[in-house]
Design a protein around this ligand. Structure first.
Ligand code: HEC
Length: 146
């Protein structure tokens, strides 16, 4: 059950991509933060796929995906510091009025990703709930719904 829950969670996260965005971001700041998020989506897809067995387990690829999340989480603060208005952005204004809470969500992702044990597909499955939960927690508070 754990694995299918993880798969559902990761799929739900990935569905919120740019494919259906009516308006594309045009400012460099919004494009850069969306690119960071897309890299998270790719890493979560790799790890979730290994956990569910859809993607063959590969130790180096798993470690690389983990590092995309760990290193990327550490750049969330810098990528979001500038409050740039962009019609193609789904960033809520609450990010900048609730900056400390936002940074707390970024740290939670860094912690969950850092704790991810990528030694096997099973161990990845054990930690992906925490990673996916960290993505979702921030999106719930700080990203506009599609
Ligand atoms: C600290 C908050 C935060 C965390 C943690 C977070 N996100 Fe996001 N995410 C956002 C915000 C805000 C946006 C909207 C950015 C914009 O449109 O300017 C977003 C957008 C996205 C997008 C859409 C990008 C696009 O192309 O427009 C994807 C995909 C995404 N996030 C995946 C993830 C995944 C997967 C994780 C976890 C591994 C994650 N996010 C963790 C805040 C967060």
């Amino acid at each position: 059950m754990k694995i299918s829950t993880t798969t559902l969670l990761v799929s739900a996260l990935l569905m919120t991509g740019a494919a259906f965005a009516e308006t594309e971001a045009t400012t460099p700041e919004a494009i850069a933060r969306q690119a960071l998020m897309k890299s998270f989506g790719g890493a979560a897809k790799t790890l979730g796929g290994m956990a569910s067995g859809e993607v063959a387990y590969d130790a180096a690829a798993a470690e690389a995906a983990k590092q995309v999340l760990v290193a990327g989480a550490a750049t969330i603060e810098a990528k979001f510091t500038a409050k740039v208005e962009d019609a193609g952005s789904k960033a809520k204004p609450e990010i900048w009025t609730g900056w400390e809470a936002f940074l707390g969500k970024a740290k939670a992702l860094g912690d969950a990703a850092g704790a991810l044990d990528v030694a096997s597909a099973e161990s990845i499955g054990g930690g992906m709930g925490g990673v996916g939960g960290a993505c979702k927690a921030c999106h719930t508070d700080f990203r506009l719904a599609d």
